[in-house]
Design a protein around this ligand. Structure first.
Ligand code: SF4
Length: 410
């Protein structure tokens, strides 16, 4: 019976899967072939992704307790897939949070167990490098133990040009101010023909690579991402994975790979430029499995995005090659404002429940994938911190005092 099932798998696919499982490196052409797998071929691919995951990571599923912090949504870069950006003068929803608000949000996050804050914002034309630096010095002085994961390569590009410093020096300057790691966002698809349609004013492929390599060179590790399900073809995804693998072979600086499905509801890319309406569930799972097989052993951690996929498809992703559930986030606006309906907050207790539902072991990790706590026994789970009082109720005087203390210390 089982033999009948396996006989339905195309011999070329079977050979690629066997090769990947025995340590043979897949080429971008091989990846294209796997990215087109359907039917029995797709099922075999997902199974191979899961087998490789078990060999590489065991049965632990990690997550990080973190808060997203978008300090401004003012941006004029005009990416066609973005539903988050606002123009300063013509939109009542535009915001630019003062330091008091950022401090309050961090306090609230720490009260709910956060070890990391992920800070990104729009490219505000009236800001410069000093603003990024001030965010870091202020928050680090107030919360020395909080890991700051901040500033996309697009923001690094903007700040470095404003600063006039050489790239490595600029990154070192941010690192000294408290930057811990950077998100490998703004990658979308690392192919300039596709980028020209997605975001003609955004940094090009070579510059993204230059910034990420320079960050890794000064000791700032980063995540790596891909945005798929719009106008790209399998060859673009395969080449993108090839670029990430090449960088990783050279620097070892990527902590994880995070495939991000395009959310189409509220942006120009779908409504005006005729893209696909995001990925199908098959596509989501196929990319996770291909990423696992293609990137091993170089990038060990493959993350599912519950914001993009939702919890149930996320669980499927964890059974197709992924080993990480991402972050609690607490506050998420970039996907929500493009139309995602999967919420803004997944508390640790919900991660633990979802992970145990698929017979795996929940593990809280740091940004750099150190194990902070394993949850082998549900009876020993800590109580929920969801009711922790938001510390933003702290009066302005207390907040001002913290800022003053931070400035003095910085
Ligand atoms: S994706 Fe980022 S850079 Fe592009 S428009 Fe949105 S906020 Fe601006």
């Amino acid at each position: 019976m089982l033999e009948r099932l396996f006989n339905e798998v195309d011999p070329r696919i079977a050979d690629l899967l066997e090769g990947a499982l025995s340590g043979r490196e897949l080429s971008p052409e091989d990846a294209v072939c796997l990215l087109e797998a359907e039917g029995s071929n797709l099922h075999a691919l997902l199974l191979a992704g899961d087998v490789a995951r078990r060999e590489d990571n065991g049965d632990d599923v990690s997550f990080v307790v973190c808060r997203n912090l978008n300090f401004t949504n003012v941006c004029y870069v005009g990416c066609s897939f973005c539903g988050f950006a606002r123009h300063k003068d013509d939109d009542a929803e535009a915001y630019d949070h003062p330091m008091e608000v950022l401090i309050s949000k961090c306090e609230q996050a720490i009260a709910r167990g956060a070890t990391e804050v992920c800070i990104q914002g729009g490219i505000h034309p009236q800001k410069d490098h000093t603003h990024y630096h001030e965010i870091l010095t202020t928050l680090k002085a107030a919360f020395p133990d909080l890991h700051i994961h901040a500033f996309s390569p697009e923001e690094i590009d903007f700040g470095q040009k404003k600063s006039g410093m050489p790239l490595g020096e600029y990154l070192g300057w941010l690192q000294e101010a408290g930057l811990g790691t950077i998100p490998g966002t703004a990658a979308e698809i690392l192919d300039d023909e596709i980028r020209e349609i997605l975001s003609p004013k955004k940094l090009k492929t070579a510059r993204w690579i230059e910034i990420v390599r320079a960050a890794h060179a000064v000791g700032l590790r980063s995540s790596s991402t891909l945005m798929y399900g719009h106008i790209e073809k399998p060859i673009h995804i395969a080449r993108h994975l090839g670029i990430l693998r090449d960088i990783q072979k050279e620097t070892g600086g990527f902590t994880e790979f995070v495939p991000l499905g395009f959310i189409h509801e509220r942006n120009m890319l779908y409504h005006l430029l005729g893209s696909r309406p995001g990925p199908s569930p098959h596509e989501d799972l196929r990319i996770i499995a291909v990423a696992r097989l293609f990137l091993r052993p170089w990038i060990q951690n493959i993350q599912v995005s519950w914001v993009k996929m939702g919890p149930k498809l996320g669980q499927m992703g964890l059974c197709s090659g992924a080993n990480d559930f991402g972050g609690t986030l607490m506050e998420e606006s970039i996907s929500r404002e493009s139309g995602s309906e999967h919420g803004e907050n997944t508390p640790p207790e919900e991660f633990r429940r979802l992970i145990r539902e698929i017979q795996r072991v929940p593990v809280e990790r740091s940004t750099l994938y150190a194990t902070l706590r394993r949850f082998d026994d549900p009876a020993e789970d800590p109580p929920s911190l969801e009711d922790a009082k938001p510390l933003r109720t702290a009066g302005p005087r207390r907040v001002r005092a913290r800022i003053e203390a931070a400035r003095t210390a910085g």
